[in-house]
Design a binder for this molecule. Structure first.
Ligand code: SF4
Ligand code: SF4
Ligand code: SF4
Ligand code: FES
Length: 593
């Protein structure tokens, strides 16, 4: 242990601890901008400077390890003046139109400016008018260099967590900025729209494209029947934007709020998550049969899940030779979208052209996904608009709804019923667990041999997880799987996906089924979720997801009565003709700029 004093208070910490973490142990907050707990240390903003007794220069607390006998002052006159100077310099190059800014009230730079009482800029305003034009080429991500403080959190996120490397520091001096390959617009480069850089950007330099006004317009249009679906990860994080601690489930309040906002029908993406399990589980079993019984050599195994649109775009850019390994299932959002404009209006007696389909997602990549030309199988754009968890919270605030006081309500029926298996789609390993709960039972006629249906080997925050399950006692239809060992793998965060994909490409991975989620922790850590994010917050959201699953009366997708109903009344059978038409899709190779 290392003994030191911070603001004259003794503290003992482990060797290698930074001054920043040691100060936090004593509840002293040191401001930071380039530091983020998920990323490597950059030490470039200097806003975290502290005074170390005997040292000539101020030290960056995030990048300086403690030493025995060290005496640190985190709030001396010298420290305060240096920090104020740093913030003033940043603001001199910043387009500080806070009142018009999407980050107003939630911006780390604004918070510091207010904390250090920066009034009129001491330095000249150096932002040129032509620099204030944001790149809004992507339907998901807006990039506004005039609000960038060059902390490089985005560059490290895109490289360290996602291994996409869409962003880099470009040019020097006055011209230095965060750019893409040849400064191409965001929609032309390898960016997956995952939004992880947004979650870590301290300012509004990176933000989601927002479509709240379009949704208000649709709600106010008497011709429109506005349906809304919400993904499982939204209900366990929305509360964070509205006064609750991380990990508090607000499912019932969220449904009540959506009704108050004026949506005509409040439905659930979890319904189509259950449907995905029926389609994807059947697809996996069919591929296994073709490979093992019919001895077909061109069967693409392992099969990869296809729910995460950031992951889909990543594989389209980076591993196009493996596109056949992707399940052809659309994501639950898009399955919902195509049914919302076919099955739903047919049952309700509504003209599908009057249906306006809104999706509330933890994800920015879903904004891109809903605009893909492949996603129009209903004859219309299947999902009209995607809002993030953050945007839904903003609508709730705009409407003046006292969220805390709302009484719990339930989703409408017809595409509103779901199971615990669907809920866990929001956590890494969840799609795999839901698929195994159903596939094992189809093949053996028995429940999975795990206590309380909890398949713990596929859970947790390890970047790459592996599990295997011996299949014994098969029912006659599936006897060819008798004694087989189903091998699965799971990755979350695209840097972890790369590890698995390289192994598959090189023939070194003997798996049957691989789940990949683009975001750390799965959708619960998605790019549209409340900010801030950290491992601790994502773990709390994970616990909330599994608690929600355990509290559900039905926990296996194939036991959802509305799923039985839709196959009987509309779809026929999994992988049947109508399913192929509405619920499945294809992918395309993309360039690697
Ligand atoms: S990024 Fe922050 S400081 Fe800059 S304009 Fe927006 S709210 Fe204000
Ligand atoms: S875009 Fe955001 S995260 Fe990236 S360098 Fe600029 S301010 Fe930092
Ligand atoms: S959205 Fe994702 S892939 Fe695109 S730049 Fe940001 S972190 Fe990189
Ligand atoms: S937060 Fe320490 S140098 Fe930026």
């Amino acid at each position: 242990m290392v003994n030191l004093k911070i603001n004259n208070i003794p503290v003992a910490v482990e060797e290698g601890t930074t001054i920043l973490d040691a100060a936090r142990k004593l509840n002293f907050r040191i401001p930071t901008l380039c530091y983020h707990p998920d990323l490597s240390i950059a030490g470039n903003c200097r806003v975290c400077v502290v005074e170390v007794k005997g040292a000539r220069l101020l030290a960056a607390a995030c990048a300086t390890p403690v030493a025995d006998g060290m005496e640190v002052m985190t709030n001396s006159e010298k420290v305060r003046s240096a920090r104020k100077h740093v913030v003033e310099l940043l603001l001199s190059e910043h387009n500080a139109d806070c009142t018009k800014c999407i980050k107003n009230g939630k911006c780390e730079l604004q918070e510091l400016a207010s904390e250090y009482r920066i009034g009129d800029h001491v330095f000249l305003d150096l932002v040129k008018e032509e620099c204030k034009i944001a790149d809004i080429s992507s339907p998901a991500i807006a990039k506004d260099d005039s609000k960038c403080i060059r902390c490089q959190r985005c560059v490290r996120t895109c490289s360290e967590l996602q291994n996409v490397n869409a962003l880099a520091v470009i040019a020097k001096g006055d011209h230095q900025h965060i750019g893409t390959f040849l400064d191409k617009p965001m929609h032309e480069v390898v960016c997956t729209n995952c939004g992880q850089c947004i979650n870590r950007c301290p300012t509004a330099a990176l933000s989601e494209r927002t479509y709240i006004d379009q949704v208000w317009d649709a709600i106010n249009d008497p011709e429109k029947h506005v349906v809304v679906q919400t993904a499982p990860a939204v209900r366990i994080a929305l509360g964070e934007e509205l006064g609750f601690d991380p990990g508090v489930r607000v499912t019932g309040k969220m449904v009540a709020a959506l009704r108050n906002l004026g949506f005509n029908s409040v439905l659930d993406t979890d319904f189509t998550a259950d449907l995905t399990i029926m389609e994807e589980g059947t697809e996996l079993l069919t591929r296994l049969k073709l490979a093992l019984v019919d001895k077909k050599e061109d069967v693409a195994l392992p099969m990869f899940t296809s729910c995460s649109p950031g992951w889909i775009k990543y594989i389209e850019h980076m591993y196009p030779t493996l596109l056949n390994n992707l399940s052809t299932c659309k994501s639950p959002q898009q399955m919902f979208g195509s049914l919302a404009k076919t099955y739903y209006p047919q049952k309700k007696g509504i003209d599908p052209k009057n249906i306006y389909s809104v999706s509330i997602m933890p994800c920015t990549a879903k904004k891109f996904e809903c605009e893909r030309p492949e996603m129009r199988d209903s004859g219309y754009q299947d999902v009209d608009v995607v809002l993030t968890t953050r945007e839904l919270a903003m609508m709730i605030k705009q409407a003046g709804i006292d969220f805390m006081k709302l009484e719990d309500q339930k989703c409408d029926s017809l595409m509103g019923d779901s199971t615990g298996a669907a809920v866990i789609f929001g956590a890494t390993g969840g799609v795999m667990e839901a698929a195994i709960r159903t596939a094992y039972e189809i093949v053996t006629g028995r429940e999975i041999p795990f206590e309380n249906l909890n398949i713990t080997p596929v859970r947790g925050m390890e970047g790459v997880k592996e599990a295997s399950l011996k299949i014994e006692g098969c029912v006659p239809d599936w006897s060819f799987l008798e004694g087989a060992e189903l091998k699965v793998a799971i990755a979350h965060g695209l840097a972890n996906a790369k590890i698995l994909m390289d192994a598959v490409r090189d023939g070194k991975a003997a798996y049957h089924f691989i789940e990949v989620m683009a975001c750390p922790g799965g959708c619960l850590g998605g790019g549209g979720q409340p900010i801030p994010t950290s491992l601790e917050i994502r773990q709390k959201r994970t616990e909330a997801i599994y608690a929600e699953d355990e509290g559900m009366p039905v926990r296996k997708s194939h036991e959802n009565p509305e799923i039985t109903q839709i196959y009987e009344e509309f779809l026929g059978k999994p992988l049947g003709h109508k399913s192929h038409e509405l619920l499945h899709t294809h992918y395309k190779k993309r360039e690697r700029y």
